[in-house]
Design a protein around this ligand. Structure first.
Ligand SMILES: *Cc1c(COP(=O)(O)O)cnc(C)c1O
Length: 379
């Protein structure tokens, strides 16, 4: 056995399950004895076809994706899909209108990018007077347009640490446009209500696998409305028809993600299994850290309780104690204890712990122990 690895709290690219990394290492030179590593295989060969089909089947089972949704393995990252989604969907219905709920830094970027391709309206703005995002605007306050082609939300704001614990029910708001969800940073962390979704997309590198793979899950009836100038390789209908093989897909990323799906399906926790187990463990992990922050004399979470993300937990020194030097001291001590990548996003400052699926409870316990130790010394 190898020595225990440190706990990696990176927001992304992020930690992968150790068991998955070990499998990848074993397969590196020869996948299942075929004499080729996965990176060296033709994407159209029978070996890779087995890998991609299994990954797709396992993901469908894991997330209970209904049959009338296509699962696409693409590239570009979530930021590219901020443009690719409007290229594919904004003209559906003819209005060219896109409504965006700005609940944090990533949805703000999505709105700005979609403006190049559509008539965008920000239908709810979550930033407070200081430009901070600490609450998600209630769906009943969203000023949705009757003829919008779709409504975009980010269901987990990675930088600000806000999560929609329930997806909005647009139909109940009198809106019959599809919901588009950027779920990059909490996909596969909890169950998903597909009846509320038209299209969901996300980069793999937060919770699913290596950077380079982008997941798009799209309802069948939303295909076939791409703008004339949409690049063919980015046309969701073309990619769906070719079963993600319109051009070379990110083969290694699909393979690693497939191993992660297998790992997730096999999880057991408190009498639960698969995604339900993963979700409950994520609830328990987040509760441990938020409880420690709420009880802390030195640190705080600034996010309203109802909107707190289970995956990304930014935290700060309380105003009277905040200083760059004390943050540096904290990060150095964390590093020494094997608690890595706790620095906050450059735009938000402070600290951030990302507790993706691969973070074991022991990692959160170790972080909480360190917080208490630090408070005793500096509080
Ligand atoms: C990381 C992230 C992005 C950007 O992803 P890229 O793969 O870098 O394009 C977009 N949205 C959310 C919610 C993210 O967490």
């Amino acid at each position: 056995m190898t020595q225990q690895r440190p706990f990696n709290f990176s927001a992304g690219p992020a930690a992968l399950p150790e068991a998955v990394l070990q499998r990848v290492a074993e397969d590196m030179l020869s996948w299942r004895g075929c004499g080729m590593g996965v990176m060296e295989m033709s994407h159209r060969g029978k070996e890779f076809k087995l890998i991609a089909d299994q990954a797709q089947r396992d993901l469908r089972q894991l997330l209970a994706v209904p049959e009338h949704f296509h699962i696409l393995f693409m590239q570009g990252g979530a930021l590219a899909h901020n443009a690719i989604v409007p290229m594919n969907l904004a003209q559906r219905g003819g209005s060219g209108k896109v409504d965006v709920v700005v609940s944090g830094s990533w949805s703000a970027k999505s709105a700005a990018e979609a403006r190049k391709y559509a008539d965008v309206q920000v239908v709810a703005q979550g930033a407070d007077a200081q430009g901070r995002y600490t609450e998600i605007p209630s769906p009943s306050s969203w000023q949705l347009r009757r003829d919008t082609a779709y409504v975009h939300v980010c269901s987990n704001e990675t930088i600000d640490g806000l999560e929609m614990h329930e997806l909005p029910d647009l139909a109940a708001l009198g809106c019959h446009a599809p919901l588009v969800v950027d779920f990059s940073s909490h996909v596969a962390s909890r169950r998903i209500d597909w009846s509320r979704i038209g299209l969901a997309f996300g980069g793999a590198q937060k919770n699913i696998g290596p950077a380079g793979l982008t997941l798009v899950i799209v309802r069948e009836d939303l295909l076939g409305h791409a703008s004339a100038t949409c690049p063919s390789a980015l046309n969701y209908e073309a990619v769906a028809k070719a079963e993600s093989m319109f051009n070379t897909p990110p083969t290694f990323g699909i393979y690693v993600a497939g191993l992660v799906f297998e790992w997730l399906l096999a999880q057991q926790y408190r009498g639960l299994s698969g995604l339900a187990a993963v979700e409950q463990r994520n609830i328990d992990k987040a509760a441990l850290l938020y409880e420690a922050l709420d009880a802390s004399p030195l640190f705080e979470s600034r996010v309203a309780v109802a909107a707190r993300s289970r995956m990304n937990i930014p935290f700060f020194l309380k105003a009277q104690r905040a200083s760059d030097a004390l943050y540096e001291t904290f990060l150095t001590g964390a590093q020494e204890r094997g608690l890595l990548q706790l620095k906050g996003h450059k735009s938000a400052g402070g600290l951030r712990a990302s507790l993706y699926n691969a973070m074991p409870i022991e990692g959160v316990q170790a972080l909480v122990r360190y917080l208490k130790e630090f408070e005793l010394q500096y509080g």
